[in-house]
Design a protein around this ligand. Structure first.
Ligand code: IPM
Ligand code: MG
Length: 358
């Protein structure tokens, strides 16, 4: 049996970090005889430069044919002046939406070796293990109408629509409750139900759904309080479920608790657990091409790919253990460097993980 994996290196540091994860996947493929087959396609700025579109037809076809997709990152200043409709980020939103990847899992786990690298006190973050479940194909990111128009008075007016249907909320809620069953059995649903009707509905639907999961404890929190609690006492959280935009913001914040956004992987799943896997960080154009980017979030995303889409838990655990191993050896990319450890390049970090696996 073979598994087709589509690589989408993208822009900025994307190609450098995907190359490391590719290397690591080939190493576990050999060790566990997984039958992985790789293909590559264009997405984002790289696709705009070659085809004029951020999500070309050819990439959609390859993505549909693949068993799982590994993405680097998209975007950069080179394309920032383009019409919003054809910017690199549109390519990412389009692939998420067209493949129905509604369920975004972003685990923020603190490796004990990195407690010193966090901007929070070690005692606040040690042992941290949060799963953010972000709705990824709805909410204000996709709501219509949207646009920038000129009013009768001649001034410009920008608008978006924050909308969720009951079925969209139920679907992401189920993913959160099911995920919680495999962990600490606690779900905190984050909303702004003191102001926004759409999240009043969100809260109601989550509460109704929770009756099907009596073994999981549901709590609710307003997003501003959640942002505060995440830095005050982050260990109170197990699974956090929230909409697209709040999830975008809170997951960057949660990432920093773990020492660096360079450590946070993610999985974006459809109804059948087919998925796209990507680091939560962006394309970091300021450090692209310098060999200093941290490849671990992408390597850990590759581990999630093996677990969630291919069901190869053993190979996934081997990668996660190898990442722990290189951190034990004291190897650090610049973003997680602290005095007394050894600063290494993107490639040297990838090599170290690969060597631990062979
Ligand atoms: C993320 C990113 C994307 C998002 C951008 C690049 C469109 O920030 O995956 O968190 O906002 O979803
Ligand atoms: Mg983001």
């Amino acid at each position: 049996m073979t598994h087709k994996i589509l690589l989408l290196p993208g822009d900025g540091i994307g190609p450098e970090i995907v190359a490391q994860a590719h290397k690591v996947l080939r190493a576990v493929d050999k060790r566990f005889s997984l039958g992985l087959e790789f293909d590559e396609a264009l997405l984002g700025g790289a696709a705009i430069d070659t085809t004029g579109k951020p999500f070309p037809e050819a990439t959609l076809r390859k993505a549909q044919a693949a068993d799982a997709i590994l993405l680097g990152a998209v975007g950069g200043p080179k394309w920032d002046q383009l019409d919003p409709a054809i910017r690199p980020e549109k390519g990412l939103l389009a692939i998420r939406s067209q493949l129905g990847l509604f369920g975004n899992l972003r685990p923020a786990i603190l490796y004990p070796q990195l407690a010193e690298a966090s901007s929070l006190k070690p005692e606040v973050v040690s042992g941290l293990d949060i799963l953010i479940v972000r709705e990824l194909t709805g909410g204000i990111y996709f709501g219509e109408p949207r646009g920038i128009e000129r009013t009768a008075a001649g001034e410009r007016r920008g608008y978006n629509t924050y909308v969720y249907s009951e079925s969209e909320i139920t679907r992401i809620g189920r993913l959160a409750f099911e995920s919680a069953r495999k962990r600490g059995r606690k779900v905190c649903s984050v909303d702004k139900a003191n102001v926004l009707e759409v999240t009043i509905l969100w809260r109601e639907v989550m509460t109704e759904l929770s009756r099907e999961y009596p073994d999981v404890e549901l709590s609710h929190m307003y997003v501003d309080n959640a942002a505060m609690q995440l830095v005050r006492a982050p260990k109170q959280f197990d699974v956090v479920v929230t909409g697209n935009m709040f999830g975008d913001i809170l997951s960057d914040q949660a990432a920093m608790l773990t020492g660096s956004i360079g450590m946070l992987p993610s999985a974006s799943l459809d109804e059948n657990a087919k998925g796209l896997y990507e680091p939560c960080h962006g394309s970091a154009p300021d450090i692209a091409g310098q060999g200093v980017a941290n490849p671990l979030a992408t390597i850990l995303s590759a581990a999630m790919l093996l677990r969630y889409s291919l069901g190869h838990n053993e190979a996934a655990e081997a990668i996660e253990k190898a990442v722990g191993g290189v951190l034990d050896m004291g190897l650090r990319t610049e973003d997680i460097y602290t005095p007394g450890t050894e600063k290494v390049s993107t490639e040297a970090m990838g090599d170290a993980v690969e060597n631990t696996l062979i």
